[in-house]
Design a protein around this ligand. Structure first.
Ligand code: NDP
Ligand SMILES: N[C@@H](CC=O)C(=O)O
Length: 398
């Protein structure tokens, strides 16, 4: 099976090394082309900047796309599929946008389009999600889906370092995107949650998805939450009830004895809930060259061995319904106009109750110096009695 790798950075290089190191296991795989920029030093004989020559090679079977970004990756993937090449990609930005189109074009040209590495790095998440959805009715997904932001929050909590220091370290370790804004602002999780939700519920990934990130989190927030027995994580959640779907990406407060609170470094933890299976959780390295390369090579081997992934048309109706994810928040900053805000304080935060995610996302976007932390259901249950006591106290003094 002959492979072309498009883009030889962290992940593309990881794929090249994995195929070379594990030759005893993957003998049938051979990297015959590496597509790089004209300015890229030619350190290997397979390197070239001639994309047309690569996809016109009649011996080529699979194109592995690890360029990143939406264009030209979108056009290169379509061209490869139309030339009868299977495509495997790690690029969640392009998959989240064009999943339906890639799936249709691949089917029309009788080739496979696989994207396990796009979500959860080295965790075999999408293939297990597909399997679960095959026999069950899934109604909830929730997870830590970004290694960079998890690494940053973990370093801030365990080492006491400031946000910027932890971010630089995540970049050096190869976890962050070329532009890390997507990691810290929640866009990378948004892309992964769109893909996961589309696979789980067979819906078009272009549903409404209120999103905000961890940009405004300070060392003092981490310490305040620690004093309350709580931990902060950047999480994505999506739920389905019949045709109704809701999703949110937000800095999320979890209780200290949850598995999410104990997910360290660049690790991801992602969970599904099905009517029959109940809760299932998947844990592993969500970023980095070597773990991500394993997910890519698994997809290539599935193609080599003729292992089909589930067919999806992503055409089930999805009505956006924020009522499904109404939640409680801890907020600080200019909270006067914050939706749902009460005068009860929890640590140094105000309590905001029963707010729709889209409404809170709009408040966050228009108040860049403020912070809104979403409470997981368990964290909300832990904090609510304190809030009720405070409210009672105020009535007694009134
Ligand atoms: N890093 C990680 O842990 C993970 C990354 N991913 C995804 O994998 C993809 C690759 O990420 P990563 O390897 O980290 O990114 P890198 O920036 O390290 O690598 C991308 C490579 O592609 C090259 N490239 C980009 N555009 C072009 C182009 N138009 N023509 C030729 N070469 C090009 C870049 O060159 P140049 O540097 O000159 O721009 C770079 O060498 C992304 O979609 C990312 O989201 C998925 C899971 C984990
Ligand atoms: N930048 C991403 C890489 C993997 O998808 C992350 O940090 O999770």
């Amino acid at each position: 099976m002959q492979i072309a790798i498009l883009g030889y950075g962290t992940v593309g290089g990881g794929v090249g090394r994995l195929v070379a190191q594990q030759q005893h296991q993957v003998q049938q795989l051979q990297v015959t082309h590496i597509f790089v920029r004209p300015t890229h030093p030619r350190t290997q004989p397979e390197m070239s900047d001639d994309f047309e020559a690569i996809i016109n090679d009649s011996h080529l079977d699979v194109v592995v796309e690890t360029l990143g970004g939406v264009e030209p990756a979108h056009q290169y993937i379509l061209a490869a599929l139309r030339h009868g090449k299977h495509v495997v990609t790690a690029n969640k930005a392009v998959v989240a946008r064009y999943l339906q189109e890639f799936t249709q074009v691949a089917a029309a040209h009788h080739v496979h389009f696989y994207y396990e590495a796009s979500t959860g790095g080295g965790i075999p998440w999408l293939r297990n999600l597909e399997q679960a959805a095959r026999v069950d009715s899934l109604d909830r997904l929730a997870g830590i889906l970004n290694g960079t932001s998890n690494y940053i929050l973990d370093q801030m909590a365990s080492q006491g370092v400031e946000f910027e220091v932890a971010l630089r370290s995540a970049q050096q370790l190869g976890y962050a995107e070329a532009d890390p804004t997507a990691d810290v602002a929640g866009i990378d999780v948004q892309n992964k949650l769109r893909i996961s939700t589309a696979v789980a519920f067979n819906v078009d990934p272009q549903f409404a998805l209120p999103t905000w990130g961890i940009n405004g989190v300070r060392q003092s927030d981490i310490r305040d939450l620690q004093r309350l027995g709580l931990t902060l994580k950047l999480m994505g959640t999506s739920v389905r009830h019949g045709d109704h779907v809701a999703a949110v990406v937000a800095p999320t407060v979890v209780v200290n004895d949850s598995l999410f609170a104990h997910t360290p470094g660049n690790f991801n933890l992602v969970a599904l809930h099905g009517e029959s299976v109940g809760d299932l959780q998947f844990y592993g390295q969500g970023a980095g060259a070597a773990p991500t390369a394993t997910a890519i090579v698994q997809d290539v081997l599935d193609i080599a061995h003729g292992v089909p992934h589930l067919h999806r048309d992503f055409a089930q109706p999805a009505i956006s319904d924020d009522d499904l994810l109404t939640g409680d928040y801890l907020v600080r900053g200019a909270v006067g106009a914050c939706p749902g805000v009460t005068d009860s304080m929890v640590g140094s935060y105000y309590w905001a109750a029963d707010v729709h995610p889209a409404v809170m996302a709009r408040w966050v976007a228009s108040h860049p110096d403020s912070l809104a932390l979403r409470l997981s259901p368990a964290a909300s249950a832990q904090v609510r009695p304190t809030v009720a006591q405070l409210a009672q106290g105020r009535r007694a003094f009134a």
